[in-house]
Design a binder for this molecule. Structure first.
Ligand code: PMP
Length: 446
């Protein structure tokens, strides 16, 4: 598999040799790292992208989840191109930011008012700060394995084994303000919140890493009750789930209303951007007031609500308000999950494909007790650490390379679907998986 991968991609290989001289390990985002070199893309449209060696790939990274309408959606592309000519930064308010903000408030149930940032990482940083300012408490609780970007308060306990020392470069004093709750452990949360020093609890409402470790039924409802009881703010990090799990995100799908919500990816329609929104009284901390004793929470940021992100975001949100967008992506993802599981069962290969909404995760070399040849939401009997880590490195590498050889680009050993993925894409992807798994078996990888 690896030999074929190398032979098929001379152009990417040559580019990587240049890239490693410019960037540590040659990549500009950790998740794009692939041995012996990643592929380099030239253009993208709809569900597809084309690499520099001329191969067409069905794409499941979809802008790391930002592109629920597919690559370069004609309406968004047109609106952005038009805006470039009118100006990319006014250093002033503009109509587009108002429209964008109103659309967020209208779509997301908990969002009474909103602020735009340049990324999801900045959005979680701001949400945590607002929670601390609102409650007068210093500590934030997060869950093992949940991803909230790369800022200092977000990364403790993100990677297995979840309870190690603070990640390199994070001061101990900062790490001490972050309490990591064990995977899906509500009893821990309840006991720890009773101490009364936790400002906010942040989580991905899908479960860790967009449903890699799914949440049990009723988890969000109970968490909502417990946080309310202890006057701790509940923060949903909807950077992935926002506008994907439903037009109003996971909070709409599960009917649980957080105090604050962080957004990015889809909210900015494929351009850089993020947002934090929520309760009126919490967002009020960002207001200017004449009262001389008032100390507001600051919010600068050169590219906040820049006209390009605003026009892409507003145009995108107008389209994703139609639930047929999410329904189509969900259906295509369910077909992938069922199709991959059918392949694994038929070939007698250990592994499973699972997920919810329009995402899927592939686990190889490990079995779950509720394996099916159909769709699977929650694999049972598998250690959450194993789920979060994904397949053994040699299996995930071979799967990723093998699928690229077959014309499919996975993301993180899984992927995110869009409204642009067709039945034909799905059928081709399942065939590609079938051939890749057969090839891996031939190479004695299982
Ligand atoms: N939160 C979640 C749930 C995410 O998935 C991500 C990005 N994958 C982030 C926060 C960080 O967003 P960004 O990459 O825009 O900083």
């Amino acid at each position: 598999i690896e030999q074929e991968y190398i032979e098929r991609h001379p152009g990417s290989r040559e580019r990587y040799e240049r890239a490693v001289r410019a960037f540590p390990s040659g990549v500009t985002h950790d998740v794009r790292y692939l041995r012996p070199f990643p592929i380099y893309a030239e253009r993208a449209q709809g569900s597809k992208k084309w690499d520099v060696d001329g191969h067409e790939l069905i794409d499941y990274s979809m802008g790391h989840g930002a592109l629920i309408l597919g690559h370069s959606h004609p309406e968004i592309a047109e609106a952005v191109a038009d805006q470039v000519r009118r100006g990319t930064h006014f250093g002033a308010g503009h109509d587009l930011e108002i429209e964008w903000g109103q659309r967020v408030c209208n779509l997301v149930p908990s969002v009474e008012r909103v602020k735009f940032t340049s990324s999801g990482t900045e959005a979680t940083l701001m949400a945590m700060r607002l929670a601390r300012a609102f409650t007068g408490r210093d500590k934030i609780m997060k869950f093992a394995g949940h991803f909230h970007g790369w800022q200092d308060y977000a990364i403790k306990g993100e990677q297995p084994p979840f309870d190690g020392p603070p990640p390199p470069g994070v001061p101990q004093a900062v790490a001490d303000t972050v309490v990591v709750a064990p995977v899906n452990d509500l009893d821990f949360v309840e006991q720890r919140l009773a101490a009364g020093d936790i400002a906010g609890v942040i989580l991905e409402p899908s479960g860790a890493s967009y449903a890699t470790i799914p949440l049990p039924e009723g988890f969000l409802q109970r968490l909502r009750e417990v946080t309310k009881k202890h006057d701790t703010l509940l923060i949903f990090d909807e950077v992935i789930t926002g506008f994907r799990w439903a037009p109003g995100g996971a909070q709409e799908r599960f009917n649980v209303t957080p105090d604050l919500t962080t957004m990015a990816k889809i909210v900015a329609g494929g351009l850089p951007g993020g947002a934090v929104g929520g309760r009126d009284d919490v967002m009020a901390l960002l207001e200017f007031r004449d009262d001389p004793g008032w100390r507001k929470v600051g919010h600068p940021g050169t590219f906040n609500a820049n006209p390009l992100s605003a026009v892409a975001g507003a145009t995108c949100l107008q389209m994703v308000a139609d639930p047929r967008v999410q329904r189509h992506a969900d259906e295509m993802a369910a077909k992938i999950r069922a199709g991959f599981n059918e392949v694994l069962v038929r070939r007698g290969v250990p592994g499973f494909c699972y997920g919810e909404s329009s995402v899927f995760h592939v686990m190889l070399g490990v079995e779950c007790s509720n394996m099916t040849s159909g769709d699977l939401r929650m694999p049972e009997g598998v250690d959450p650490v194993v789920l979060k880590r994904g397949p053994a490195p040699k299996l995930s590498l071979a799967l990723h390379q093998g699928m690229i050889n077959e014309g499919v680009d996975l993301f993180h050993g899984g992927g995110l679907l869009s409204a642009a993925h067709s039945e034909e894409d799905i059928a081709k992807t399942i065939e590609a998986f079938d051939r890749t798994v057969a090839r891996m078996a031939d190479e004695g990888l299982f």
